[in-house]
Design a binder for this molecule. Structure first.
Ligand SMILES: [Zn+2]
Ligand SMILES: [Zn+2]
Length: 139
């Protein structure tokens, strides 16, 4: 699907900045933070300031075009394209490598919990971290 159509389908205005941000997210395979997105846009001659990048990302997260990703070992908020819905990451504390975990081990759990507690649960974070095989060798 064209990036323009993604925005249109979700009822967001098509702007050069939003398209630029989505192109950056489409290029990378790992979640990136606001600063890195801004740098990449500047590399492509798109002048944009941090708060604009942040606002555009939040707008697009609200409608599900991008996902917010949080890691407990890092205070920054990362963003990624919502390619195949919800998933989790393994991350290496040393080289910061990220590996996507297929599927969510907490889906059933969250559903059960919602039934039991009558909460309307809207999401969860699961952070799995340690040292990747390469970094273990170096230890
Ligand atoms: Zn590593
Ligand atoms: Zn999950």
């Amino acid at each position: 699907m064209e990036i323009k159509d993604v925005l249109k389908n979700k009822g967001l205005k098509i702007t050069k900045k939003r398209i630029g941000i989505l192109k950056v997210l489409d290029m990378v395979e790992y979640p990136v933070d606001v600063l890195e997105i801004k740098d990449k846009l500047n590399d492509n001659d798109i002048e944009i300031n941090l708060s604009t990048v942040y606002r555009a990302l939040e707008d697009m997260a609200e409608v599900g075009i991008v996902n917010r990703v949080n890691f407990s070992s890092d205070t920054r908020v990362f963003y990624e394209l919502n390619r195949n819905g919800h998933h989790h990451y393994l991350h290496c504390l040393k080289c910061k490598a990220l590996v996507i975990i297929d599927g969510c081990p907490l889906d059933d759990y969250q559903e059960d919990l919602a039934k039991k507690t009558k909460y309307d649960l809207t999401g969860h974070n699961l952070d799995i971290y340690g040292y990747c095989p390469k970094c273990q060798d170096k230890k």
